[in-house]
Each structure stands twice: as C-alpha cells, then as structure tokens.
Design a protein around this ligand. Structure first.
Ligand code: BGC
Length: 425
C-alpha cells in the first residue's frame, strides 16, 4: 500500500473562523465510486470487451488489465479507509457471475464475497451496483435490453446475487445511468451496441426503468436488509439558442433524459433512495449533428470537453428531490491532469451540495468519481478522473494526489474549508 503522508500533521496555528460549524453532519457518507470494467481488468466475456476489440470500434483502446483491482481490492480499500472515506461504491461484473445463460460461477460469487467482506471490514459502507454499463456477451448477442426475455434474465441475476451476497450490501444500486446506456448505446452509438436509432433509444430507456423495478423487487425479497436505488445522471440541459424550435427541442431532450426517469420513479417498486450523478451543463442544439452544441467560447471545460458548472448540481438536486426519495450524490467529478483544478471542482460542487442541504434537500452522502484513474470507456485511459494515480506501466502502483488528501480532510471534519487547510483532524 502507498505510504500515507500529509494526513497526520501536527495541528497548525492557522487562525480559524469564529463560526466553525461543519457544513455536513457527522453521519454524512464520504467516498468514491468505481465500476468493475473500469478497474478490475481481464473482463473478457462482456459486450464492452467485444466492442473494444471490434475492428470498427469507437473505443480508443482495450480495457486490458484495468488497474488490476481484481487482485488489489484489499490494498485499495485499506488506502481509501486511510484517506478517511466511510463509504465506497463499486460494481459487480455480471459476466463473471453468470458466464453463460443460467450458469452461475461459484468461484466468482466467492470472489465477490471476499471483496465485500474486505470492504465491510475496512469500515466502508458498500454501495454495490448490479449493472454498470457492461452486459455478459451472451446477453448482448441475444439482443441486449431489446430481447424479449431481457428483464426476466436480469431479474434472475439480481435474485441470485442478492440472495448470495445481500447480507454484505447495505445499499444496492440496481442500474447505473439508464439514460446514458440508452443515449450513448442507442442514439449516439459510441457505447455498445453502437446503434443510432431514435426509436430504439426511447424504447431502451423504458425497458431499463422496468428492469430497475424488477431489480428492486429482487432486492427487497432476497436481501431484506438492503436498500435499493437507481443512479441517474442528471446533466443541466439548456437550449443553445432562445428561439422556439431550440427551446422545444431542449424540452423534448430533457423529457427523455431527465423527466422520464425521475417522474417514472412513482410505483411501489421505485426503490428506497436515489443516486444523483452530475458532471456538467450541456447546450441542446437541434442544428448540431451530435444534438449538443459545444460549450460557448471561454467556458471552463475538462479533458472530456465537458463544461464545469457547479450551480447545476444544486439545481439538479432540487429536481431530483421532487421524487421525495432520500438522495446521495453517487458520482461527480472532473477529468483533468491538473489536480489543483480537481480540488477547485470538488470545492465548488461541495458548496453546491451544502447549499442544497441548507435549502432543505435531503442529501445524505457525496461519492466522488473516481477513486482511481481508470478506463474511461470509449476514451480509454487518457482522461484522468481519479484522486489516486495508477502507474499502469510499473506494477500498477497507486499514488494519492493532493486532491486525495484534501478530500480526506473534508471527509474527516465535514468542513469544506478544510479542503485547503493542512491541520490534523
Ligand atoms: C459513468 C462512469 C464514467 C463517468 C465519467 C458516468 O457516466 O457512470 O462509468 O466513467 O461517468 O464519464
């Protein structure tokens, strides 16, 4: 494990403001998120691996060995604990657990039992995602989410894992970002299955909502102690121009990307909490081939070209709160090589969360994306989202960045100003 320095410095003499009340309560959850395919390595039996290796792929490179977390999870959890996290979000790889239809791997289940036990022993409250973008290759070959038995098949997997591992899953996230699965996979075509079809885009979103409800039923029946929730990505969508056509188009996109999922969480099986994932503001533009205009000149953008706009997080927390569900920020982060920019991003977005809380929004945790630099889907290993660097050329060595220590300080005290203080806690 990497040496932890900078955490236990003696108290400094920096004068503190008179009112030093924490911005967040002591039971607030602090942590980071990852997903199996982005960190484990060697996930060769899923649709993403096939997509990465297709000669006409939109993906830049193979996920390959990931950051080898399949073997290094214990060291990673110990590092996160030392960095004062009290929660961690990760995902299970369905293709390992069910390598062929109806054939469940006892070895994979035992592996994840060891992983989740280690997580609990490290004192990290587990947010366990059942489906984070990757599907078993056999499920994809049968038509992915559009196959007639897709929901039943997903529900069977959910029942199996929650029966086997539910005692180790305080929080179950059923599906990660159904909107992005639909948008990237079926309209924009740069995630599997690489389709660009507006009819299928709309259909898949609705199937995924039903799949979420089936998964919630499975969690409640098979793991009664677990709380189930959906993680939705909620970009702040605004019209690129103020003419009626652009505004109407923006409203239609918002209906499909935001409203469908939030207003759709209304039935008995909607779940117990909602995960809000927020990265950016986007300008919807019917005249653009990608449906989104590039951010206006002068806008701060990340390595992904995404516009930084912290106020959007506060606004989308308000929108998500209309569901009446308790909220957790389950992803928020920036791809940048400039770690000082990451600290600024964390700071401005935490102020947005704190303000939403003061305005009465029930936000119970902040889970940053991501713990480690990792495989950023079609963009490969270029974008750096992590608070911990990983040297993939040299034994996968982990090195916390200054942002990891800054985050540790605020996680320990609940005070945003401690991001920039170096006193002990
Ligand atoms: C996904 C992550 C991804 C991140 C940054 C989210 O859409 O859940 O898997 O790496 O955003 O793109």
């Amino acid at each position: 494990m990497a040496a932890i320095t900078g955490l236990d410095r003696p108290e400094d003499s920096t004068p503190k403001p008179a009112s030093n009340a924490p911005d967040f309560p002591s039971d607030f959850l602090w942590g980071c998120a990852t997903a199996a395919h982005q960190v484990e390595g060697g996930n060769i039996n899923n649709d993403w691996w096939a997509f990465e290796h297709n000669p006409s792929t939109a993906a830049r490179e193979s996920s390959g060995d990931g950051i080898d977390q399949f073997h290094r999870y214990a060291e990673d959890f110990a590092l996160l604990k030392a960095l004062r996290h009290n929660t961690h979000r990760l995902s299970l790889e369905w293709s390992r657990i069910e390598p062929a239809p109806g054939e469940f791997s006892q070895s994979a289940i035992a592996h994840y039992r060891r992983v989740l036990t280690e997580l609990a022993d490290a004192g990290l409250v587990g947010f366990v995602t059942l489906h984070h973008f990757t599907l078993p290759a056999w499920f994809a070959e049968r038509g992915s989410w559009l196959a007639p038995d897709a929901i039943d098949t997903f529900e069977r997997y959910c029942r199996l894992v929650t029966t086997e591992l539910g005692d180790l899953m305080p929080y179950v996230c059923t599906i990660n970002e159904p909107q992005m699965i639909a948008l990237h996979g079926y309209l924009e075509g740069y995630h599997p299955p690489g389709v660009t079809n507006p009819i299928l885009w709309r259909r898949v979103g609705r199937v995924l909502l039903e799949a979420h409800e089936a998964a919630v039923r499975a969690v409640h029946e098979c793991a009664p102690g677990a709380k189930a929730g959906l993680a939705v990505q909620l970009p702040l969508l605004v019209p690129a121009r103020s003419d009626d056509t652009t505004r109407a188009f923006c409203a239609a996109m918002r209906a499909e990307i935001v409203d469908l999922y939030l207003d759709g969480l209304s039935g008995a099986d909607r779940g117990d909490w909602l995960g809000v994932q927020y990265y950016r503001k986007q300008w919807v533009d019917t005249a653009s081939p990608t449906l989104f205009a590039p951010p206006p000149a002068g806008t701060q953008v990340s390595q992904m070209g995404w516009a930084v706009f912290p106020e959007g997080l506060r606004l989308m927390l308000h929108r998500a709160a209309e569901t009446g569900l308790p909220l957790y920020v389950t992803e928020n982060g920036i791809a940048t090589d400039d770690d000082a920019e990451r600290i600024d991003y964390i700071e401005s977005h935490l102020y947005a969360v704190a303000q939403a809380r003061r305005e009465g929004i029930d936000v119970r945790g902040y889970i940053h994306w991501s713990a480690f630099d990792n495989f950023e889907w079609s963009e490969g290993y270029g974008p750096k989202f992590g608070i911990i660097a990983v040297d993939r050329e040299n034994g996968f060595a982990r090195t916390p960045k200054p942002s990891a220590y800054a985050f540790a300080r605020v996680a320990a005290s609940g005070r945003i100003t401690d991001l920039r203080h170096t006193h002990s806690y």
